[in-house]
Design a protein around this ligand. Structure first.
Ligand SMILES: [Zn+2]
Ligand SMILES: [Zn+2]
Length: 375
């Protein structure tokens, strides 16, 4: 916990400049590290306290916010304030690298503390955060399409139950015809000041006025339908184009199709995760479609024709004499179209030769004969 500068010097809050100077000399003398019983850390603190309380504007700032700010980001460079470049905080005493392991800082969110420091010290930089908080939520939905829809592209309907723009007030949050008044909470500035205390000391945090959402103005009468939020829960059905060639697991994003923002703020986005259902016959490999067909032992040897299924319909495939098991035949341009319109893959048919497990006496006789011929 940071010590109070007045207490450090042993003076009251209303002390005059002269009293502060005297108190500082006395305290500095007492704790000077060169003296026996001196305390370097304490001595540094006393110097800090004096630097602030002896400076009119810094003292005023300290009185108001419990801390001082240098104004620019420059004062935080390197994270060490060392001896010079005093900026109101002393980071040198904290080992951030060990904070997690030691367990001393449980529950303290460093990032949050620093954003508070910069938000407060920089002056007004927290406005963007306010804008973001009014933005509508993103929505993610999953859809499943068939293998054929993946190849051909599809239009799909998606049902959403979401915060949508209120029709009554057009998202403004004000009752139509209502006049506009200055926000009584922030008196029109759109900002409120808040003192945040942490183990680093107290910081003034400028945040967006919760009453008017940073607008500084508000409607005299809130919208009777949405109660001033500018949006209402609605069920909505939208149609989306799923492009041909999309891969399972890819996401289609639609800007602004998420939830409506508060009081007309930007809407969130809609993310549609597309899954392609498995097909009983086809699998996909890049832009190619793969399938497998069995042929008989005799057809492999003698050749012939088989009917095969492709994504575009049925075809007759010629099996040449002496086809080997595992051999692949390519049907050009019957694969998956490229998502960006750059051509189309092929259909690859893998032939598997079926070796009979049970054979008749007659078949056995013929195969024996074949064997005797040297095959
Ligand atoms: Zn306000
Ligand atoms: Zn409304």
């Amino acid at each position: 916990m940071a010590e109070n500068y007045y207490d450090l010097l042993g003076v009251s809050k209303g002390a005059s400049d002269d009293e502060i100077k005297k108190a500082y000399r006395r305290a500095a003398h007492q704790h000077h590290p060169d003296k026996s019983g001196g305390d370097e850390a304490k001595f540094k603190k006393i110097n800090e306290a004096y630097q602030v309380l002896s400076d009119k504007s810094k003292r005023a700032q300290y009185d108001q916010f419990g801390q001082t700010f240098n104004g620019g980001q420059g004062s935080f460079g390197g994270g060490s304030t060392g001896g010079q470049g005093f900026g109101g905080f002393d980071f040198s005493g904290f080992d951030f690298g060990q904070a997690g392991g030691s367990g001393n800082f449980d529950g303290v969110d460093f990032e949050d503390i620093f954003s508070n420091i910069f938000g407060g010290g920089g002056g007004g930089s927290s406005r963007t955060r306010g804008r973001q908080s009014g933005r509508g939520q993103d929505i993610q939905v999953d859809i499943e399409i068939t293998f054929a829809e993946m190849v051909n592209g599809a239009r799909k309907k998606v049902r959403l139950y979401k915060n949508a723009k209120c029709d009554h007030c057009q998202g403004s949050g004000g009752e139509p015809g209502s006049s506009i008044k200055t926000c009584p909470t922030c008196k029109g500035s759109g900002q409120v000041h808040k003192i945040t205390r942490s183990f680093l000391g107290s910081f003034s945090q400028v945040s967006v006025c919760p009453e008017c959402e940073g607008q500084g103005q508000m409607y005299e009468k809130k919208c009777s339908v949405c109660r001033g939020d500018g949006r209402v829960k609605k069920e909505e059905e939208i149609e989306i184009n799923v492009p041909a060639g999309i891969e399972s697991g890819q996401t289609i994003s639609l800007r602004g199709a998420g939830e409506a923002g508060k009081n007309g703020a930007a809407a969130g986005d809609l993310y549609i995760l597309v899954r392609v259902a498995t097909h009983r016959k086809f699998t996909r490999s890049g832009l190619d479609i793969l399938s497998q067909e069995e042929i008989s032992f005799s057809m492999a040897a003698l050749g012939g024709e088989i009917g095969i299924e492709t994504i575009e319909g049925n075809l007759i495939l010629k099996i040449p004499t002496g086809t080997q098991s595992g051999e692949t035949f390519r049907i050009k341009n019957q694969g998956v179209p490229d998502l960006h319109g750059r051509g189309r893959g092929h259909h690859l048919v893998k032939i598997v030769v079926r070796i009979p497990k049970h054979i008749s006496r007659e078949q056995k006789r013929l195969i024996d004969e074949l064997k005797n011929l040297g095959e």
